[in-house]
Design a protein around this ligand. Structure first.
Ligand SMILES: [Ca+2]
Ligand SMILES: [Ca+2]
Length: 422
């Protein structure tokens, strides 16, 4: 029996083994042993890897649209701009590198009158001209640039330009100069010989710092410029000068100016919600008619008025003026001075000057701790109602020829137009 069983077992093993060999042969025939042909290239061409044009020496002239990048730190050549842009539609990436000028050279980057130029990410320094001079190029974008120790302006951009996150310091001209319709944000202009920022028409400047410049921190020429949430500190002349009509200064901090803190010298200017302190002259000086100062805090002007109005039809309201030689000094016709708080002034808290401050309205203010709370010269035809004066050496010194609510103590106040003197 065992012999027969053994024979059957061997037969089965042989059959199964044959089937396995057949199956293996089928598998082997399924795959081709022929080579697949030449291997296809996986390498990219240089243009595919870096389709931009490298700039590896100066001077360099860009005369075609396209994207360019600097490959290393570069030094200029006497008599030449570093990089000249002579085309529309150019992007220049400084790639984190520095363009350094030499004596006799011109601008670091000089863009002629072409539009849609973008320059970003690098430094320009020690150029005998400007760091970047794109004043005649419109619709540019400038980003992430540091310009320092150039003899001219640090960065000068043309109309409709966008300038962001730039630093311009220790230049012999202006830190940043912009032509009309520019938008500038998050930039710093420090220790330049002329203005920190010099602006033209219809520009906005926000979240910027202008410090320690030898002239004005922020200078607004032209008209209709808005400067907001900026700091101007330690500038040797005016902190922020709105020198034209319809400018707006709002939410700014102005400290330690060598002359006036903020000056509005065009018609229809507005300064609101600013903090102005320690100016060598006035805190806020308004010489443009129809202007308004509202919601400002103006303190520590030892020799001058916190707010000095020297133009017609100016409204000064809801300001805090303190610890200065005068609080609000009115020297223009038809001023409205209302709802201000004036504290601790060595001279008059609110002062309407003889002959000039005609037809003023002084209403709803509080003055404490002044030599004279309210001083209104005779025959101005002003209205003085609803004011409060406390703890002044003299509370009210109002000349005849004005309309004055009755001046009594608060407890005795009978008229809603009465002025309180305690
Ligand atoms: Ca130039
Ligand atoms: Ca300039």
């Amino acid at each position: 029996m065992s012999h027969v069983a053994n024979k059957a077992g061997w037969a089965l093993a042989i059959v199964l083994g044959g089937l396995l060999i057949l199956a293996a042969a089928q598998v082997a025939r399924g795959g081709s042993l022929d080579p697949p042909g030449l291997p296809g290239s996986t390498m990219k061409t240089l243009d595919e890897v870096e389709p931009r044009t490298p700039i590896s020496s100066l001077p360099y002239v860009i005369s075609q649209p396209g994207s360019y990048y600097v490959t290393t730190d570069l030094t200029g050549v006497s008599g030449q701009h570093g990089i000249t842009i002579n085309s529309h539609n150019v992007t220049l990436d400084l790639n984190g590198f520095t363009l350094t000028g030499v004596p006799g050279a011109l601008d670091g980057i000089h863009a002629n009158a072409f539009s849609s130029i973008a320059i970003r990410n690098g430094m320009v320094r020690l150029w005998p001209g400007d760091g970047i001079d794109a004043a005649s190029a419109g619709w540019g974008r400038f980003e992430g640039i540091t310009a320092n120790n150039n003899t001219g302006d640090g960065i000068s951009v043309g109309s409709h330009s966008l300038l962001e996150e730039c630093v311009s310091y220790s230049n012999g001209g202006d830190g940043v100069e912009a032509q009309a319709d520019a938008r500038i944000s998050n930039c710093e202009a420090l220790s330049n010989t002329l203005m920190g920022f010099r602006l033209t028409h219809n520009t906005t400047l926000h979240d910027c710092l202008a410090a320690d410049n030898s002239l004005n921190g922020i200078y607004m020429a032209g008209e209709a410029i808005a400067v907001s949430r900026c700091s101007a500190e330690g500038n040797l002349s005016v902190g922020i000068w709105a020198n034209g009509p319809h400018h707006l200064v709002e939410g700014c901090i102005v400290k330690n100016s060598g002359a006036v803190g903020v000056r509005l010298s065009g018609a229809g200017g507005v300064i609101r919600d600013c903090s102005v302190s320690f100016s060598a002259n006035q805190g806020i000086h308004i010489i443009g008619a129809n202007s308004r100062a509202t919601g400002n805090s103006v303190v520590d002007h030892a020799a001058f008025a916190a707010i000095w109005v020297q133009a017609a039809h100016v409204t000064v309201d809801h300001n805090y003026a303190a610890t200065s030689a005068w609080g609000i000094y009115v020297q223009g016709t038809q001023a409205v001075v209302e709802n201000n708080t004036v504290i601790e002034t060595n001279n008059e808290g609110i002062f309407a000057l003889a002959a000039v401050a005609t037809a003023c309205t002084i209403e709803g203010n509080t003055v404490t701790g002044a030599s004279t709370g309210y001083s209104v010269a005779a025959n101005l035809g002003c209205s003085i109602v609803r004011n409060v004066a406390k703890a002044n050496t003299t509370n009210y010194a109002i000349g005849g020829g004005n309309d004055v609510g009755p001046i009594t103590t608060g407890a005795a106040q009978a008229s809603p137009a009465g002025n309180v003197a305690n």
